[in-house]
Design a protein around this ligand. Structure first.
Ligand code: PLP
Length: 418
């Protein structure tokens, strides 16, 4: 980065600071991960210079022969990875992938049944300030009050009552398996189409470690930067009959030129995800989440729904006299990064919350396993117990752990040498 350092030392310094922060902290934000250096190289490439409005072989501008290679590889690999009939790799983000499906299939004012944001749904599932909540009639479904799991009978009842045009399955903070087959049945019973938003669990699905939505749903959307461990971006998978509709909605419907450097990086991500080592990684991510959940539970923390089936868990702090906001701030001070999160039927507002969401994708990428998860549960407990005398020891242990599992070793060296 010697050119950057010379041209813009302020930005260089910010990037160096961010690289160090990532290396020195324990990252437990469930939606984050660390991409490979190969992905960073593709994303930081000259492909950013090219306008490529349109699709491979059908572009508005000339000179797209190499761009087309990248996009075709991304499409073919994504199809293979998920067994999809059609793939659009151009959405800039998960939100834009969802927006394309909404706008291609619905009219403004149409009814959509989607996961309640207070029970784990995403902004694009009906937040009042989001396009979804502004333009569509969103009927939220939640989880059962006692099991804290999806109540499919209740979802069916709501669907029969509301007669939605679309049902949306998927969440940002739901630690359990989602039964897409039941969602399919409900959709068929009420004549709705099914959109599965697998943003959080795409990596698990790619490896067969979570039931597969692709055969069940007309549309599957995802981000590529969470468990899938690719660049920050989005993607749509759909049945062949909707291919043209979706492609037209992404471009020219809601986007202009695709981010070709990001699409190249997505192609690399899918290649990595097709390797056997990726399945091992996803399996370890789940094992780590189960271990972390179990160890916290043993230390007296109530885990929402009693545990986890996937890469994340939610701690209910309401009996600990501490809000999710304060918990996350206290943890950040010792180098443990996690986010506050509403829990089902939370009595606090969304700015305070009673919950803390923890995820293991990032730490598993660094190579951490069950032993480290047990150690981290102990560190979290010391912080949340407000054991002020223990805090210095926690900081030291965080440092020791991150040093034992270094991140971007040679990249850090390059940055410091620049
Ligand atoms: C993260 C997420 C998204 C959107 O992601 P962005 O890329 O940040 O727009 C959409 N849906 C769900 C369920 C998510 O968790």
């Amino acid at each position: 980065m010697k050119y950057l350092k010379k041209t813009d030392p302020q930005i260089f310094k910010a990037i160096l600071g961010e690289a160090k922060r990532q290396d020195e902290k324990l990252e437990l934000i469930a939606s984050e991960n660390f991409v490979s250096r190969a992905i960073i190289e593709a994303e930081a490439s000259v492909m950013t210079n090219k306008y490529a409005e349109g699709y491979p072989g059908r572009r508005w501008y000339n000179g797209c022969q190499f761009i087309d290679i990248a996009e075709n590889l991304a499409i073919e690999r994504a199809k293979k990875l998920f067994g999809a009939e059609h793939v659009n790799v151009q959405p800039h983000s998960g939100s834009q992938a969802n927006q394309a499906v909404y706008f291609s299939m619905l009219n403004v004012g149409d009814t959509v049944l989607a996961m309640d944001l207070r029970c784990g749904g995403h902004l694009t599932h009906g937040h009042a300030l989001n396009f979804s909540g502004k333009h569509f009639n969103i009927i939220p479904y939640g989880v059962d009050r006692t099991t804290e799991r999806l109540d499919y009978d209740e979802i069916r009842r709501l669907a029969k009552e509301a007669r939605p045009k679309m049902i949306l399955a998927g969440a940002s903070a739901y630690p359990r398996i989602i039964d897409f087959r039941i969602f399919r049945e409900i959709c068929d019973e009420v004549g709705a189409f099914l959109l599965v938003d697998m943003a959080h669990i795409a990596g698990l699905i790619a490896c067969g470690l979570h039931p597969d939505p692709v055969p069940e749903a007309e549309f599957v959307t995802t981000t590529t930067h969470k468990t899938l461990r690719g660049p920050r971006s989005g993607m749509i998978l759909c049945k062949k009959q909707f291919a043209k509709k979706i492609d037209t909605e992404v471009f020219p419907g809601i986007q202009g030129g695709p981010l070709m450097h990001v699409i190249a990086a997505k192609a690399v991500c899918f290649k990595e995800a097709l390797k056997p080592s990726f399945k091992k990684y996803q399996g370890q991510t789940i094992k780590n989440a189960k271990t972390l959940s179990g160890a916290l539970s043993e230390r007296g923390y109530r885990i929402v729904s009693g545990g986890t089936d996937n890469h994340l868990l939610l701690i209910d702090l309401s009996d600990k006299k501490i809000t999710g906001k304060d918990a996350s701030l206290m943890l950040d001070k010792v180098g443990i990064v996690a986010n506050k999160n509403l829990i089902p039927f939370d009595k606090q507002n969304a700015n305070l919350t009673s919950g803390l969401r923890l995820g293991t994708p990032a730490l598993t990428t660094r190579g951490m396993k069950e032993k480290e998860m047990t150690d981290i549960a102990e560190l979290i407990d010391i912080v949340l117990r407000k054991d002020t005398k223990g805090l210095d020891a926690v900081k030291k242990k965080v440092k020791r752990l991150t040093r034992r599992f270094p991140l971007y070793k040679d990249l850090m060296k390059d940055l410091e040498r620049a």
